[in-house]
Write a protein of this length. Structure first.
Length: 267
């Protein structure tokens, strides 16, 4: 826990929540697998002047509680909506990256009146069947051995080789977070990810949406972003050069500019 964090009961477990900014419209952030609310530090530093910003650790991550899996996106989006209820956030722009983008899609489809805009970054609405074994293997490894071996290789999907060479300390920081993620929570989320299947329901979203993807994202590729963009009439597509999966961390200024543009266009 850092000063400013608070624990909020949602979905039957405590969630670590942090709120920055004192006035303005709400912006809410949902983290990706194996990361924590700290992944948004660079965006929050800018947006909290003029917005109230809420971020939280997803179930099984960081300082939030965990339950045994498997999880699904109804559960994870339900946690987010319960946090919004508990804090009193009636309407907000919702930003999610990767798993957080999958949670954001489910939250927006469940309670569309609540969201004035969405940023769906490095995420997808559907995976092919071929990824099921990959995610089942990750879950099994996490439960049987912990996150050490996953933490060695995963950041090579999160960051480009150039970033790994330029800023090894940042990479080590993300590896530490991943290594200390609760194996039960990580595996629970791995069970949800391959079942994402929102494509057919996305046309119902009728608020401004920024679809964002790192040019070199090997996990949720440009093709996944194009599918999201094609399915949501009010969306714009942003391909961020020199970024892999964690495009907001690798190219924070570019990513934040896209969010500022989105926020300017939302009611
Ligand atoms: O962790 C990864 O390798 C990539 C990823 C896919 C879904 C997610 O949240 O992270």
């Amino acid at each position: 826990m850092t000063e400013g964090d608070r624990m909020i009961e949602a979905g039957g477990i405590p969630h670590r929540v942090r709120i920055d900014g004192t006035s303005g419209p709400w912006v809410v952030f949902s983290n990706s697998l194996g990361c924590t609310l700290e992944m948004w530090d660079e965006q929050v530093a800018v947006l909290s002047a003029g917005h109230r910003v809420l971020r939280y650790d997803t179930r099984g991550h960081g300082g939030s509680g965990s339950t045994s899996g498997p999880y699904d996106f109804e559960l994870l989006a339900g946690d987010l909506l319960a946090i919004l209820d508990a804090v009193g956030v009636e309407r907000c722009t919702l930003v999610g990256l990767s798993m957080g983008g999958m949670i954001a899609q489910h939250a927006a489809l469940a309670q569309p009146e609540r969201f004035t805009g969405l940023a769906l970054a490095d995420t997808t609405s559907h995976y092919g069947r071929e990824v099921s074994d990959f995610w089942a293997g990750r879950a099994a490894t996490a439960l049987s051995q912990g996150l050490d071996s996953i933490a060695l290789t995963t950041p090579l999907r999160w960051f480009t080789p150039a970033l790994v060479a330029r800023n090894p300390e940042l990479v080590r920081r993300y590896q530490r977070t991943l290594r200390t993620t609760n194996p039960e929570g990580y595996a629970g989320c791995c069970a949800a990810i391959p079942h994402i299947d929102t494509t057919a329901r996305l046309p119902a979203i009728d608020v401004p949406v920024a679809v964002i993807v790192g040019e070199h994202d090997p996990s949720t590729t440009i093709e996944h972003a194009r599918r999201l963009h094609a399915a949501i009439a009010g969306s714009t597509l942003h391909i961020i050069p020199e970024a892999a999966h964690l495009s907001n961390v690798e190219q924070p200024e570019h990513f934040t500019r896209i969010l500022l543009d989105l926020l300017r266009g939302t009611p």
